[in-house]
Design a binder for this molecule. Sequence first.
Ligand SMILES: Cc1cc2nc3c(=O)[nH]c(=O)nc-3n(C[C@H](O)[C@H](O)[C@H](O)COP(=O)(O)O)c2cc1C
Ligand SMILES: C=C(O[C@@H]1CC(C(=O)O)=C[C@@H](OP(=O)(O)O)[C@H]1O)C(=O)O
Length: 389
Amino acid sequence: MRYLTAGESHGPQLTTIIEGVPAGLPLVADDINEELARRQKGHGRGRRMQIEKDQVQIVSGVRHGVTLGSPITLVVENKDFTHWTKIMGAEPLEDENAEVKRVISRPRPGHADLNGAIKYNHRDMRNVLERSSARETTVRVAAGAVAKKVLKELGVEVGGHVLELGGVVAENTTYESLDELREKTEISPVRCLDKNVEKTMMEAIDTAKENGDSIGGVVEVIVEGMPVGVGSYTHYDNKLDAKLAAAIMSINAFKGAEIGIGFEAARRPGSEVHDEIVWDIERGYTRRTNNAGGFEGGMTTGMPIVVRGVMKPIPTLYKPLNSVDIETKEVFAASIERSDSCAVPAASVVAESVVAWELASALVNQFGQDNMDVIKKNIVQHQERARVF
Ligand SMILES: Cc1cc2nc3c(=O)[nH]c(=O)nc-3n(C[C@H](O)[C@H](O)[C@H](O)COP(=O)(O)O)c2cc1C
Ligand SMILES: C=C(O[C@@H]1CC(C(=O)O)=C[C@@H](OP(=O)(O)O)[C@H]1O)C(=O)O
């Protein structure tokens, strides 16, 4: 499976074309809309989220609520576009002196503005920020919703939560089942499982906002039900854990990824890192612990997958840092119109989506690509062989 996304942040719409989704998958707009709504929530977002109410239009690849096996096109409208029609219009401007020709020449430290402008030779940095904006993650979540449907049909469940926010760390993150994790995080304004720190996290966001600052954090994605042996050790670009790390790192503002105990493995001896192997007739091979986070040798172990990602603080600051105007070369401290002060809760939904995409894609590629029935049968057979192996 593969997908492309297109669309500018303040343009008319965002689009994704998804290719390779098997035929026979039940899929309706509400499956996707639910995920889009989850991405829009979370304490700390700016005014833009009050303007948008993301809803998908399925314009190809689905008939009567079932996928056809042909490319699926999903479209999400930018409601804010009505305020930007002149600035973002595709037609050439009739009046060369029009006010909308005003260019952005002041790059924000931490955003894509300066590097993007130099690379593409844009004197107007709007041409960079429109596409580098995390608005694009809307349609990545839409594609992820389709991936989650594929996974659910194959018995694989995905959940995510916020582990850390602006230095406030969640301690009690236990949950009985992914259903419980999802229920608890859905009612938390910061998508955190630990009720004791939820309020402190919100206060940290409010304080950052009052100070014109921003904060980042750590998110975790957990996946249950993946069969053993998905991915491969045979070649570097077949390693599924590497694909997950790249997917997490591709999210705007994400600066690190770890699987299982991750960086903690550097501080422990091998005897306290590696997970002992056990076998019983019902479950086949499992592990006593899951420090590896569901991966060995680039392949799934059959244990839950645990992936974490770190998000840096939002770059656009009301309390501006110094930068240089590319026209005058003068130092300036920029004032801004609007921005999120924290988007970690929203980013946890994006993280779930990109992880779901990689896993669904790997399952479909490995177990037969054309229709859901064949894939399901192949997975059942594979699981049975692995159990008694
Ligand atoms: C959900 C989400 C919302 C974001 N909102 C903002 C924002 O309001 N203002 C901003 O400057 N950056 C925001 N960012 C981060 C920038 O998009 C990101 O820092 C930028 O694309 C530069 O890329 P890099 O940080 O990965 O190097 C957001 C990121 C995510 C995931
Ligand atoms: C629009 C979204 O996030 C945007 C991501 C973003 C950025 O620079 O990444 C900047 C802000 O855009 P604006 O300047 O229009 O307020 C965020 O609101 C979204 O998540 O849907």
